[in-house]
Design a protein around this ligand. Structure first.
Ligand SMILES: Cc1cc2nc3c(=O)[nH]c(=O)nc-3n(C[C@H](O)[C@H](O)[C@H](O)COP(=O)(O)OP(=O)(O)OC[C@H]3O[C@@H](n4cnc5c(N)ncnc54)[C@H](O)[C@@H]3O)c2cc1C
Length: 405
């Protein structure tokens, strides 16, 4: 690929810079929510996303008819690069705009697109992704939350989700629920839109090592879901979920250069410490990290070019996510060794060291993604599967037999 901007891209970059010069003063800081001040964080970040949307910098790749700019992924990268260079944050609702909005655009009805996409873009309504359950993460198709159809065509939803990012301030969630247990597990699920303030929805925050509570457990007790809240076909929810997961992997691994951490930022922190900067092991680790970060950047560009040319990234894109998270963890270890425990207290490195390792699980764990690459890219034999061809309702009995033998 050509690494220089095309004339159109250079023009777009100038447009982003000009807008940033005029609006940068309104931007909040880069730090995440501070314990006890989460609400204030959400309020200022909502206002900033709204300003970005009005300037045309939220939903850059969304079609224009839904309030987006109809531009390509490389234009989105330009926005990311310029916001990063200006030291200002991006959108608040990364899950909504990056993953759930595109899912509704791909599978939703015209009414759903008209109703939900504009408020999502302007952060008037933030969204959450209700997929994982206590016994269904990597094996997402094992979900047990049920939606039962009622006589009038509406649904009753019962079950529990976990690790739901942003549920505590989300207006809506996209929820994967089982609608038919008498078919194989991938075939009996459907996707629904659920208002997070509906009767029977209970949200309990989960506090993390970072001190914040970004995740939640969400319980559903006979929640009424209208018939027109289904996204995609009845029992066809797996295909809808795959669309979300594809966008999730792209968001985490795709073009991000290890989450905005460039080798020069680490080099500066190390150079400030005369003992560490003279240590050959530290210098060796920094060199390796710099190489990994560069490789990530160029691999990310290759994926983006493939998408720009109309293709979809293959399963090998999974390696981008694995490598990006590994680089973040290695960088955190290096900085923690150089600066010591106070690096965790707060400030520039605390998020890198305490939060980013959790991304090993988000959007597919390393083991699952490596399995995917082994099977679909390298052509290795597939994992043994006991659930093939077995209706979901019989899987529990199979598990019990397996546990006995
Ligand atoms: C930062 C973050 C944000 C998240 N946000 C959301 C959200 O908003 N909404 C949501 O629905 N979920 C969310 N999740 C949950 C995430 O999707 C799950 O953590 C992920 O799918 C893994 O599932 P699990 O945690 O249940 O781990 P498990 O699936 O229980 O895995 C446990 C371990 O076993 C290994 N393992 C499992 N199966 C296999 C296998 N077949 N072969 C080899 N090894 C295997 C895994 O690799 C892992 O190491 C989030 C997670 C994180 C960390």
């Amino acid at each position: 690929m050509d690494l220089n901007d095309t004339p159109e891209q250079a023009e777009y970059r100038t447009k982003v810079r000009t807008w940033l010069e005029a609006h940068k003063a309104d931007a909040p800081g880069l730090e995440g929510p501070q314990p006890g001040h989460e609400e204030a964080f959400v309020t200022v970040r909502r206002a900033w996303q709204r300003e970005m949307a009005e300037g045309g910098f939220a939903g850059v790749t969304w079609p224009a008819e839904f309030g987006g700019q109809g531009l390509g992924p490389l234009d989105q990268v330009i926005v990311g690069q310029e916001f990063q260079a200006a030291g200002v944050p991006g959108i608040l609702d990364v899950i909504g705009i990056g993953m759930l909005g595109p899912t509704i655009i791909a599978h939703g009805t015209d009414e759903q697109k008209q109703r939900y996409l504009a408020p999502m873009l302007h952060a008037d309504e933030v969204w959450c992704q209700l997929f994982s359950e206590p016994a269904a993460g990597s094996d997402l198709a094992g979900i047990q939350t049920r939606a039962v159809v009622q006589e009038d065509g509406s649904w009753k939803l019962t079950g529990q989700k976990v690790w739901t990012t942003n549920a505590h301030f989300a207006s809506y969630g996209l929820i994967l629920a089982r609608t038919n247990s008498e078919v194989t597990k991938h075939k009996g699920m459907s996707m629904f839109i659920v208002p997070m303030d509906a009767e029977g929805v209970e949200i309990r925050p989960l506090r993390q090592i970072t001190g914040e509570a970004e995740f939640n457990e969400v319980f559903f007790d006979d929640v009424h879901i209208p018939a027109d809240a289904i996204v995609g076909p009845v029992d066809g929810g797996w295909m809808v979920a795959l669309t979300t997961l594809l966008f999730e992997r792209l968001a985490i691994g795709g073009g991000s250069e290890s989450f905005g951490y460039r080798a020069d930022r680490f080099a500066k922190a190390i150079a400030d410490d005369p003992v560490a900067s003279a240590d050959s092991d530290v210098r060796h680790r920094l060199g390796k990290l710099a190489t990994d970060l560069l490789a990530l950047r160029y691999t990310g560009y290759r994926h983006l070019t493939a998408i720009e040319r109309g293709g979809l990234p293959g399963s090998e894109a999974a390696l981008g996510k694995v490598t990006a998270v590994k680089a973040a963890i290695e960088a955190g270890d290096l900085i923690a060794d150089v600066i010591g425990p106070e690096a965790l207290a707060e400030g520039e490195w605390a998020y890198l060291i305490s939060f980013l390792p959790g991304l090993k699980s988000a959007g597919g764990t390393e083991e699952i993604l490596r399995n995917m690459v082994g099977e679909r890219v390298l052509g290795l034999p597939t994992e043994p599967r006991l659930d093939k061809g077995v209706p979901f309702s019989e899987l529990k009995a199979l598990e019990r037999e397996g546990a006995k033998s």
